[in-house]
Design a protein around this ligand. Structure first.
Ligand code: UGA
Length: 442
């Protein structure tokens, strides 16, 4: 059509927002990123991505050069600039509760709406409790000078850390939660190049769009805890959960993805999302429908405890003074994110039980040091392992997979290893004289 492409703003330049803003500019849109944090805005404007994500720094540099992308702290500028405004602020878990904390969403939408004087679409991307979009619709109408000319839509985001660029430019699907044809048209225009690739588009109401995100992350978490529950059964019976998982994976209906047993899931999304979903369902009087998510959470936490127990067992029961080399801190490989990281959780628990823990991680050491200053840190696996009584692999970084058991065997005090992620070949390590233990496996 001859209609000009909509101009986009992205409110919130954290993980989700920065990625979205940069990728939309890469697709050819004019984009203004907005964040209340002036420091973050300055870093982004100077070409610095404030977190670790492959491919993103290069795309940011190109987008800034093209003149199609800049960042500001001004909501007034954003309202003036944009036709479609994406809300990408965080919804962390409330301290002391399972509920999501909506203060950042509410304040971002309120501040933006106060300046909206012409027709515009406010699109929520943040992961929120069902019912939020309806509430924001009322809020926007009340606050915006343009009143009913401002609509709210919902467009959940499914990107994974480490694959954020690809997941944004080539998503599995787009979900548009809308309450008018106009809103759908705006969203189709705002994702024009992605829609034109043939990406499936699911158009639905606001409520369903909010729920899709919760349902997707709950399913993924459930799949992981399912195989980890089987690991518990294997531990009680002498079975091998890695073979079990492999055998299940050949059934197309089950599939092998997200069926990797081990230390379980962490990060800024899955753990808090399943808790918030269970909490919201309880509020709505349908808690029973997703009460299994409490079990999913409990199974996941038990894997961390079991890993600590395995280290203690290898050390002969008492961890006091035992030197442990912890390989990994990030919640998953190729990330510097330590939010609810199983690895750091285990390392901290070992420390509390009296062990002398030395942590190493290729990307997350700085973040880990800040949140866990009580732990010691080393620059790489070999130096972490020096004089260790037990080595425990907690995040399956490729460089940990490639560790030579002979070489590491020469620097440790005792050749004992717990593989918390099934990342190593037990045969190879045992052949090199190591006592090797893993979750759900003899
Ligand atoms: C997750 C979802 O995968 C994304 O689709 C979603 O958009 C995102 O949350 C979000 O809500 O923003 P992410 O947190 O980046 O993405 O990480 P995942 O790759 O999903 O991994 C989550 C955790 O599960 C990691 O700790 C990983 O080690 C663990 N995991 C994953 C397993 O233990 N086993 C598996 O088989 C797969």
């Amino acid at each position: 059509s001859d209609e000009p492409a909509p101009r986009l703003t992205v409110i919130g330049t954290g993980y989700l927002g920065a990625t979205h803003a940069i990728c939309m500019a890469a697709l050819g849109f004019h984009v203004l990123g907005v964040d209340a944090n002036a420091g973050k805005v300055a870093r982004l404007n100077s070409g610095e991505v404030p977190f670790f994500e492959p491919g993103l720094p290069e795309l940011l540099a190109k987008a800034l050069d093209s003149g199609r992308l800049r960042f500001t702290t001004s909501f007034a500028d954003a309202a003036e600039f944009g036709d479609v405004h994406f809300i990408c602020v965080g919804t962390p878990q409330q301290p002391g509760s399972d509920a999501a904390d909506l203060r950042y969403v509410d304040s971002a939408v309120t501040e933006l709406a106060a300046h909206l004087r012409r027709r515009a679409l406010v699109v929520g991307k943040s992961t929120v409790p069902v019912g939020t979009a309806a509430r924001l619709t009322e809020l926007v109408r009340r606050v915006a000078p343009a009143g009913r000319d401002v609509e709210v839509a919902w467009n959940p985001e499914f990107l994974r850390e480490g694959y954020a660029v690809d997941d944004t430019l080539r998503p599995d699907r787009l979900v548009f939660g809308v309450s008018s044809d106009w809103a759908e048209k705006q969203l189709r225009a705002a994702f024009g190049p992605v829609v034109d690739q043939g990406t499936p588009v699911v158009v639905t109401d606001l409520t369903t769009a909010e729920l899709v995100k919760m349902a997707a992350n709950s399913f993924l978490a459930t799949k992981i805890s399912y195989i980890n529950a089987m690991a518990e059964i294997c531990e009680a019976t002498g079975g091998d959960v890695t073979r079990l998982a492999e055998a299940l994976s050949y059934d197309d209906r089950i599939g092998g993805r997200f069926l990797k047993p081990g230390l379980g899931f962490g990060g800024g999304c899955l753990p808090k999302d399943i808790r918030a979903f269970a909490h919201r369902a309880e509020e709505l009087g349908v808690g029973q429908a997703v009460s299994f998510l409490r079990e999913v959470d409990a199974i996941n936490k038990r894997r961390r405890e079991r890993t600590v127990e395995l280290v203690a067992e290898l050390a002969g029961g008492d961890l006091t003074g035992v030197r442990v080399a912890a390989l990994g801190a990030a919640f998953k490989p190729d990330s510097d994110d330590i939010r609810d990281a199983p690895a750091l959780d285990v390392a901290a628990a070992l420390h509390r039980l009296g062990a002398q823990v030395t942590v190493t991680d290729p990307a997350a050491t700085d973040n880990a040091r800040r949140s866990h200053p009580e732990l010691a840190y080393a620059t790489d696996a070999m130096s972490a392992a020096e004089a260790a009584d037990v080595v425990v692999l907690l995040t399956e970084w490729n460089e940990f997979r490639l560790v030579d058991p002979e070489a590491m065997g020469a620097v440790v005090a005792r050749k004992r290893i717990v593989d918390g992620r099934h990342a190593l070949d037990p045969g190879q390590w045992r052949a090199a004289g190591w006592e090797y233990r893993a979750l759900g496996r003899p």
